[in-house]
Design a protein around this ligand. Sequence first.
Ligand code: SF4
Length: 61
Amino acid sequence: MISIQDKIIVAENCEEYKPKVYIFSANITALSQGCNTCINYVNDKCSRKLFEEIEKKIKTN
Ligand code: SF4
C-alpha cells in the first residue's frame, strides 16, 4: 500500500498529473490528495507507469 505522502510528492513532481475533477475552491486542492485524484490513477496504480519512476527519482535526490 502506497502512503498518501508518497502519492502527494509524486503527483507534485509529475508532469502527467491531471485532476479527475475540477476543483473550484482554492482551499481544497486536488493535489493535496496526490495521485488519488489523477485521471491516470486506476485500481491503486498509475496506468502510465510513472509512479515508480518518479518515486525513484525523488528518493535518490
Ligand atoms: S497517477 Fe501517475 S500520472 Fe498521475 S500523478 Fe501519479 S504518477 Fe503522475
